[in-house]
Write a protein that binds this ligand. Structure first.
Ligand SMILES: C[S@@+](CC[C@H](N)C(=O)[O-])C[C@H]1O[C@@H](n2cnc3c(N)ncnc32)[C@H](O)[C@@H]1O
Length: 290
């Protein structure tokens, strides 16, 4: 971890042990964040091509570039554009991939990003808030009741998706819903039985939709195999069942090209969860290119 970083990388020892980085090899870190994985990999004297959608990663990337000149290549991009990223750096083949999906603690904890119902902020939720993706505010205020209900149901597994969508439509007629606190207030009235986390599912669903997270993962998986050398490993840490299912199914469906290394997903140790409670839902899966 660099002096700037606030994000504790999840299962970093397990990631490194499965990746087994070798000097002179090149690895792709598709979710650079604050560089927790990239930096550990670089210690083995290899090259790392890293990317992140969030421009805030640039500051962390600069520090790592200074520490490992010549071995570290970074671009602000969506990892689904792996082909363009590798082309840009004139790299044709890589020896392994790491994806640590979702958000960093810093993104989650910044009220101005609007990811969390725990602090008040604008309903933004874009991972790349410089590019023209739609904001959660647009989704909440402009989408039809049916569309909202589907988003909450399919991306958040929210039981009360219909009631919540209906209530949002009633409230937004009175006044535009602009903040995380306003939205959380509406959801809480319906999910009042769940005192602890009434809004978790709705916020997760909106975030997945706004950032088109599941399509990005599917598209990345479809493309990545053509750049991987034989015996390369794909290591993916997922934080909810929708992502984990996509990874699991992709590994299974490509059994002629991939050997599954983790029959069951690997989860963090008790002591890691104690030290970093947000790691508790992490699931790590690994496959090796045949
Ligand atoms: C859990 S954090 C990764 C933390 C990183 N392993 C570290 O140690 O600092 C996830 C990161 O992935 C980025 N991200 C999520 N989806 C992405 C995508 N499709 N393309 C590029 N970056 C993405 C987020 O912006 C966030 O910075």
């Amino acid at each position: 971890m660099s002096a700037l970083s606030q994000h504790l990388p999840v299962m970093v020892d397990e990631v490194i042990s499965y990746l087994d980085p070798k000097k002179k090899n090149t690895y792709f870190d598709g979710t650079f964040g604050q560089g927790g994985y990239s930096e550990e990999i670089l210690k083995y004297g290899c090259k790392v091509v890293a990317t992140d959608k969030d421009t805030q990663s640039e500051n962390f990337a600069k520090i790592i570039k200074q520490k490992y000149p010549g071995n570290f290549y970074f671009r602000i991009e969506n990892f689904k554009n792996i082909e363009e990223i590798l082309k840009f750096f004139k790299i044709s083949k890589i020896n392994g991939i790491t994806l640590d999906l979702g958000l960093s603690n810093t993104q989650l904890d910044s009220p101005s990003r609007g990811f969390s119902f725990k602090s008040n902020g604008p309903l933004d939720m874009r991972m790349n808030n410089k590019k023209g993706e739609i904001t959660a505010e647009i989704v909440v205020n402009k989408f039809s009741e049916k569309n909202l209900s589907d988003i909450f149901y399919y991306y958040g597994d929210e039981k009360n998706s219909r009631k919540i969508a209906k209530s949002i439509v009633i409230e937004r007629k009175k006044k535009i819903i602009k903040t995380t606190t306003e939205l959380a207030g509406i959801v809480k009235r319906i999910n009042s039985y769940n005192h602890k986390n009434p809004s978790t599912r709705v916020f997760q669903a909106l975030r997945i939709f706004v950032n088109d997270e599941l399509n990005a993962l599917e598209s990345f998986l479809r493309d990545c195999l053509k750049f991987l050398n034989k015996n390369s490993r794909i290591i993916i840490v997922a934080f909810h069942s929708l992502e984990d299912r996509i990874v699991k199914n992709f590994f299974k469906e490509n059994s002629s090209k991939l050997k599954i290394i983790t029959k069951k997903p690997v989860t963090p140790t008790k002591s890691e969860i104690e030290n970093n409670p947000r790691s508790r839902s992490a699931k790590l899966r690994v496959a090796e290119v045949l």
